[in-house]
Design a protein around this ligand. Structure first.
Ligand code: QV4
Ligand code: CA
Length: 483
């Protein structure tokens, strides 16, 4: 389904990239649940290759479907899913099902395998289960993305390509995903979906179980979002997949980053029809993000994508994304890395054991964990999105350039100044008269505001002043943070 299966009034998920299951379970209880997040995209939970240097991308090289990975054991995974569901937070699994490992010979669960011979006894898959005979390129790899046959049937960067059309292969994948569903997982990111035939994926989805009714209610289907990078210019389109689930709309983060960076003559004012008005897929078909684990380090779509390295602009882009009613947002939660080493794995003890996430007194993270989702300007916008609910955009205002404002019905209102001069303006907020806490500059805690207080007059207007030199040149208010 395209429905994220969220608990009521939760609208923002977070990708806890490379986090351990024990940490995610704690995070659901101590932070994500209370702060109104809807779900967590977790790193691939199944057995993966162990590659020298322990790069993050070893987890995209499956060895078997045993639930033992760098993030933890099967028992820890089950405990995490239960505790997150109890906290009202859903778990979405990154399902790597297009291929198996190209490197290594012993997996994270201890299974020996031989990628050259395509022997993966932990499943078991053997040479017969891979599609080499279907691939017509000289190298056996995908050489030309303009040829859909090779994109589907040949190897993605040398990764042995599974014959998903074969019943035995499909059934092994279905068995794996159904085990996760029975544990209580609410949905899947389908990794490398561009490299699998839509009809095969449709068959697979048809064989998935309903979600456990005691947690989700009767007849609920798993949430599916496909990773299909479509920036235009290739014959494979994201709309080849939207009939079966959502698709990650990679143009969203690319275009939004360009606008906030003011590249190619872009301006914030052009965002007034962001979404289908910009040629993107329909709202309900899209899963969106500013950046993801690939393009933040130059893999995948790449480009001018904003990341935590450009924190000021990143907060602006994320604030717009969470204020604007389009798509299902997943916030990237990163670890720090050396930009000259795009393979660098998560903070670890040097023996491949991932470190615990450190939580500081001010809610931020330490120990190399960036935790964008714990930045005040970001977690408060997740609450803004919940307050805004399904209200439409109203009261759009812009200065013809990079100063914009809009409300979400009569529930929430945001102003952004990305110009090189200050903003000084009476604006219509759409909100009821009263005093509101600006959730950019502070928090609304126990009925008090630690940031700026914004007064909305009886006619719904307020006087807004935002200097362009502010760290966060934005004001955001909503009815759940009214004084
Ligand atoms: C190398 C050579 C190949 C050679 C091969 C021979 O480059 O030419 O044929 O060895 O063995 C890693 C290495 C890569 C290596 C490959 C196989 O980086 O150099 O090939 O392993 O050993 C992640 C990383 C990849 C990584 C892969 C597997 O991004 O660098 O490859 O994991 O470990 C396209 C796709 C899209 C994809 C995106 C990155 O359409 O689907 O590229 N995105 C998803 C994930 C991504 C993941 C994969 C798909 C693969 O988001 O993280 O790739 O599961 O746009
Ligand atoms: Ca394939």
């Amino acid at each position: 389904t395209k429905d994220p299966n969220s608990a009521p009034n939760r609208h923002t998920a977070v990708h806890l990239f490379e986090w351990k299951w024990t940490d995610i379970a704690n995070e659901c209880e101590r932070f994500l649940g209370p702060y109104g997040f809807s779900g967590v995209q977790v790193s691939p939970p199944n057995e993966h290759a162990l590659i020298d240097g322990r790069p993050w991308w070893q987890r995209y090289q499956p060895v078997s479907y045993k639930l033992q990975s760098r993030s933890g054991s099967e028992a820890e995974f089950i405990d995490m899913v239960n505790r997150c569901n109890n906290a009202g937070v859903r778990i979405y699994v990154d399902a790597v099902i297009n291929h198996m490992a190209a490197g290594g010979n012993r997996g994270s669960a201890g299974t020996s395998y031989n990628p050259g011979a395509k022997d993966f006894p932990g499943v078991p898959f053997s040479a017969w289960d891979f599609g080499d005979s279907l691939c017509k390129t000289g190298s056996g790899n995908i050489e030309n993305y303009n040829d859909p046959d090779q994109v589907r049937n040949c190897k993605l960067v040398g990764l042995p390509d599974l014959l998903v059309s074969k019943d035995f292969v499909l059934d092994k994948i279905v068995e794996f995903m159904n085990r996760l569903i029975n544990i209580g997982v609410a949905g899947f990111r389908i990794d490398a979906a561009k490299h699998m035939w839509p009809n095969d994926l449709n068959k697979l989805i048809g064989k998935l179980n309903n979600l456990p009714s005691q947690t989700f209610g009767n007849n609920k289907r798993p949430f599916i979002y496909f990773e299909v990078i479509d920036l235009g210019g290739e014959p494979i389109k994201n709309t080849d997949y939207t009939w079966m689930g959502r698709v990650s709309e990679f143009r969203y983060g690319k275009f939004l980053s360009e606008v906030v960076r003011k590249k190619f003559g872009q301006k914030l004012k052009y965002l007034n029809n962001f979404g289908t008005g910009w040629g993107m897929i329909p709202d309900g078909d899209a899963q969106i993000m500013v950046d993801n684990h690939d393009n933040q380090r130059g893999h995948g779509a790449g480009g001018d994508i904003l990341t935590f390295f450009d924190s000021r602009l990143y907060k602006i882009a994320t604030a717009f994304m969470l204020a604007w009613p389009y798509g299902y947002p997943v916030i990237m939660s990163s670890y720090n890395f050396n930009r000259n080493n795009d393979a660098q794995g998560p903070p670890s003890d040097g023996n491949g054991n991932t470190n615990n996430v450190i939580i500081n007194a001010d809610l931020s993270c330490g120990g190399g964990w960036i935790c964008e989702h714990r930045w005040r300007q970001i977690y408060n916008m997740a609450r803004f999105r919940n307050a805004a609910g399904f209200q439409p955009v109203q009261n759009w205002w812009d200065n013809g350039n990079n100063q914009i404002a809009f409300s979400r019905g009569n529930k929430a209102f945001i102003v952004i100044n990305n110009d090189d001069h200050s903003l000084d303006q009476w604006l219509q907020t759409g909100l009821p008269q009263g005093q509101y806490c600006d959730i950019m500059s502070g928090n609304f805690e126990q009925g008090r505001c630690t940031g700026k207080v914004i007064t909305v007059e009886g006619d719904g207007r307020t006087k807004v002043t935002i200097s362009n030199s502010e760290e966060d040149p934005m004001i955001a208010i909503h009815v759940d943070a009214k004084l």
